[in-house]
Design a protein around this ligand. Structure first.
Ligand code: NAD
Length: 308
């Protein structure tokens, strides 16, 4: 049953673009997603459609997954008792390569890799940075965990969807790199939002303040490339109603992953924990949850306004 088909599960904001970039490179795809609309769009782009993850495993020895979080990945691979029958693992052919680009718990990657290994197959964790724009333009960076032979085999497909593919170490190391980066990003974004809000309340012009920070020691990616104050930088989500970016709920999830990792390896993350609590408040508020994580600036601004 093996063929040169590649299986792709998870056709969301990131996965749909990534799947299309494989098609553009001449790869034949079989896709699966719970969202029928997403599946129909990929079908019209030429992909075959599976009814279950199991169909993908039967048809293909090369599989990419791009799912929201650890429970979704466990469900699709079929490592939880409810999903075993229709999951990827139960039907996996020996010699299959699985590339999971979801951002999930490092321990979940290691667990799924273990289940895949029992089927004489290989798994790499390959989370990404670069966002939706990077997914669309095939400029993602993949942080890959797995043995070198699997990394080399994965690179030929990952390079069709991104411009950098970095081998971080064994399974789980890709997630480790991604989790650390996003924890620092969350902390940095809150710090930038606090500073900008404080300065603006003291009467400083937002663009002037940003230009001073960006030539001083307060400079960071959140101040010079993704400033959360609308109008400071054009054409980024904070200047477009906080739409089309990296949602606060996803940032909250990633900070939760950092929290889990810190407990597991006993490394204190004082500011990471605080950032997690801040984004939990945003993620639990329907006004903010699906808006770009730069919305923390508006949240802080609104708090101050309430007190006046
Ligand atoms: P998304 O929510 O837009 O898409 C997830 C897709 O998975 C959806 O289409 C959903 O229907 C599908 N899905 C969920 N459960 C499923 C199941 N059991 N079977 C099949 N399909 C299922 O998420 P996204 O923005 O594409 O992000 C995917 C991953 O990439 C997340 O882990 C996220 O943290 C990470 N990431 C996102 C960004 C970003 O900017 N959006 C950037 C870097 C990394």
């Amino acid at each position: 049953m093996a063929s040169n088909l590649v299986g792709f599960v998870g056709l969301g904001n990131m996965g749909a673009h990534m799947a299309r970039n494989l098609i553009k490179n001449g790869v034949k795809l079989m896709v699966f997603d719970l969202d029928a609309k997403r599946v129909a769009e990929l079908k019209s782009d030429g992909a075959e459609v599976a009814q279950h993850p199991a169909d993908v495993a039967v048809a293909s020895k090369t599989i990419v997954t791009m799912l929201p979080s650890s429970p979704h990945v466990r469900s699709v691979y079929g490592t939880t008792s409810e999903t075993v029958d229709n999951g990827l693992v139960a039907h996996m052919q020996p010699g299959t390569l699985c590339m999971d680009s979801s951002t999930i718990d490092r321990s979940a990657s290691i667990e799924v890799a273990g289940a895949v290994a029992l089927k004489k197959s290989a798994y790499v964790d390959a989370p990404v940075s670069g966002g939706v724009v990077g997914a669309e333009n095939a400029t993602l960076t993949f942080m890959v965990g797995g043995d070198k032979a699997s990394f080399d085999r994965a690179t030929q497909y990952l390079s069709m969807m991104g411009k950098n593919t970095v081998h971080c170490g064994n399974v789980g190391c890709g997630q480790a790199a991604k989790i650390v980066n996003n924890m620092m990003l969350g902390i940095q974004m809150i710090g930038t939002a606090e500073g900008m809000n404080l300065g603006i309340k003291m009467g400083l012009d937002p663009k002037l303040l940003a230009s001073i920070i960006n030539t001083s020691s307060g400079r960071c990616w959140s101040s010079d490339t993704y400033n959360p104050v609308p109008g400071v930088i054009e054409d980024i989500p904070p200047s477009k109603g906080y739409t089309g970016g990296f949602g606060s709920a996803l940032m909250c999830k990633d900070l939760g992953l950092a929290q889990n990792a810190s407990t597991e390896v006993q490394a204190p993350i004082l500011l990471g924990s605080l950032a997690h609590q801040v984004y939990r408040i945003l993620a639990n508020d329907p006004k903010y949850a699906n808006l770009d994580f730069g919305i923390i600036y508006q949240f802080l601004k609104n708090q101050a306004e309430k007190k006046q």
